[in-house]
Design a protein around this ligand. Sequence first.
Ligand code: RET
Length: 281
Amino acid sequence: MEILGNATFENYIGLENGYSEMAYQMVAHILTLGYAVMLAALLYFVLTIKYVAPRFRLSSVLSVVVMVSAFLLLYVQAGNWTSSFVFDQERGRYFLGEGQDLFNNGYRYLNWLIDVPMLLFQILFVVSLTKSNFSSVRNQFWFSGTGMIVTGYIGQYYEVTDFMVFAVWGAISTIFFIHILWLMKKVIDEGKEGIPVAAQNTLNSIWILFLISWMLYPGAYLMPHLAGIEGGFFNETGVVARQLTYTIADVSSKVIYGILLTVVAQHISRHEGYDYTQIKG
Ligand code: RET
């Protein structure tokens, strides 16, 4: 299917086999759920900002920034899906529409370009680093975060046409990712020193959540090539699985992560004598 060029695999399936009603609607619903959660969580982060002592509030502000950008880009991503594929009454399935934009996950990648550095900076406003230098960690987070996304963004254009190019960009992206994981572990280990036990336990949960939810993104990148089901995942099941993986990863790495950081900040705030239940107004 030469005519589709660098298009991602969602388009190849929409051109050749089309989507069943169930697969098409599941993707539309999953994408809608994604941006609805971001808008709801935006209100949560605004409304709970006074629950933590003033020095932690930048963490909530960064969650608000992440929610706004994720909401807008996921909204556009959902519209991209519904406009790319059109129901064909004769064949009873959804096919790639003529004269429409092709579907591309690129909106997500550009959203990550904003959100990944924000999410990484966010923890630095909650924990206190005992050994590492704040600006150095921040700059390394920024450098590897953007490096990981930009290289992955280029690679995803080759997921169908050139597996080697796809794999090489993916591998470069993974080097940046490993650096981020190593740095985050260091930040969390240092952050646990000298804070209440409840806050330490929540930081342990944050590390596990971070590890699992961030690993889902490379899984979604690889989705069309994941083996197991007959012929791999190069079919509509793979398309649904990819969007589902992205949505679970987004809700975990942005919303649940932000809420858990607020919990850590609340424990430390209370320990330091700031109790929001006693604050008036
Ligand atoms: C890519 C390309 C393939 C290799 C790797 C990747 C990692 C992506 C990650 C993205 C995290 C995004 C987040 C977004 C939240 O808004 C780019 C898919 C390792 C880890 C947390």
